[in-house]
Design a protein around this ligand. Structure first.
Ligand code: SF4
Length: 366
């Protein structure tokens, strides 16, 4: 089995159940020897906004995790979060659908803004972590994979910033974010990370411009999760400074070696519905789409966004073929197995954005 597993789909609760079973989380908890382990679930509820906007964790995914645990006798669970500075976590619990979830399963919702801080030291930095985070026996980190306006990407490591008091969040920003996030990843090691990569924002952590990647990623090493996730946004792990910094501090491994990722299914069948997407603006003109699946289309959108950032789309008039409509057809350049008839194409069903960026750069000759 790979060290990470990926499953494509949009039925969040079912996706969560499959990855929990695949990683045998109940078996791991049973082996821990704790009679009644306290399990903390940490979603990303940065703002009070429904998950389809691309900023917050889909409650169905958390529902799947909790149902799995409860059905196996692990009932001592709390959901914990502190929204970003200026947002009311209670409002976020409500607007994001977590009040119902808490009631449904009898799981308390902990607003970490009301918690006390405990001083820790990691990577040479001293800071406070919320006491209730340190008190759990098994922490399940459930971030959203999305862009971040300062750190480029937010996923597993960055989501842990919701585990510290607001005054520390502000100080982390003053310290430039990357090193403090790496230190935080050293101080708090979640037992499991289950990433909501169903819909994540194209350019901003606060949501509003969702790209539907329609997949869930799960693994036990948050640094490895982030290194893999960076590729899905079209970056290398080294482009997100806190990833190599965290690896350097011993918080995990950023080496996504061959065989490290096990895909449990394929992206096929997840038909694109652009009504659920945000604005694609200028990127759209470079996409020749016919019957594309969301994960393939999402990879191409993130790849084009990276190329635009690098200024490589300026004056460029090319179009990339994507979708099942290109099966058996010829073309200049395509992404995904369906476009294998093109003169050049990027393998995968779906391919990752990083591979698309690299292939397009070669094709464009820049
Ligand atoms: S390669 Fe084809 S079938 Fe596979 S995800 Fe892309 S469009 Fe869908």
């Amino acid at each position: 089995m790979g060290r990470l597993c990926v499953i494509y789909g949009n039925k969040a609760e079912e996706l969560a159940r499959v990855v929990m079973e695949k990683l045998d989380v109940a078996g791991e908890l049973a082996k821990s020897g704790k009679k009644r382990p306290l399990i903390g679930v940490k979603p990303n509820l940065v703002v009070a906004q429904p998950a389809e906007w691309g900023a917050t964790t889909e409650p169905g995914l958390v529902r799947g995790v909790i149902r799995y645990l409860k059905e196996r006798g692990f009932a001592h669970i709390v959901i914990m979060e502190s929204s970003w500075v200026g947002e009311d976590t209670g409002k976020a619990f409500k607007e994001c659908g977590y009040l119902e979830l808490g009631r449904e399963f009898g799981v308390p919702l902990v607003d970490l803004k009301k918690d006390k801080g405990v001083r820790v030291e990691a990577g040479g930095l001293a800071f406070e972590v919320c006491a209730q985070v340190l008190a759990v026996d098994y922490l399940i980190n459930m971030p959203v994979l999305k862009a971040h306006c300062q750190t480029r990407m937010t996923c597993a490591l960055k989501n842990l910033k919701g585990c510290i008091p607001d005054r520390e969040k502000k100080r982390f920003h003053a310290l430039g974010l990357d090193l403090p996030i790496a230190c935080l990843g050293k101080a708090i090691r979640p037992a499991l990370t289950v990433v909501d990569a169903i819909a994540g924002d194209l350019s901003y952590e606060g949501g509003g411009n969702p790209v539907r990647m329609e997949r869930v990623i799960a693994g036990r090493d948050p640094v490895l999760v982030d290194a893999y996730a960076a590729g899905l946004l079209g970056y290398g792990a080294g482009d997100i400074p806190y990833i190599p910094l965290a690896e350097g501090l011993g918080a995990g491994s950023a080496k996504v070696e061959p065989g490290a990722v096990e895909e449990l299914n394929r992206g096929e069948g997840l038909r694109l519905d652009l009504r659920k997407w945000g604005q694609l603006d200028k990127l759209r003109r470079h996409i020749g789409e016919e019957g594309a699946c969301s994960p393939c289309f999402a990879g191409l959108v993130f790849a084009l966004a990276r190329l635009e950032e690098k200024g490589k789309l300026a004056g460029w008039k090319g179009k990339v073929c994507v979708g099942q409509g290109f099966r058996g057809r010829s073309g200049e350049f395509g992404v995904g197995e369906c476009a294998s008839g093109c003169g050049r194409y990027v393998r995968g069903c779906p391919p990752g954005a990083r591979e698309i960026v690299e292939a397009m750069e070669e094709w464009m000759g820049k």
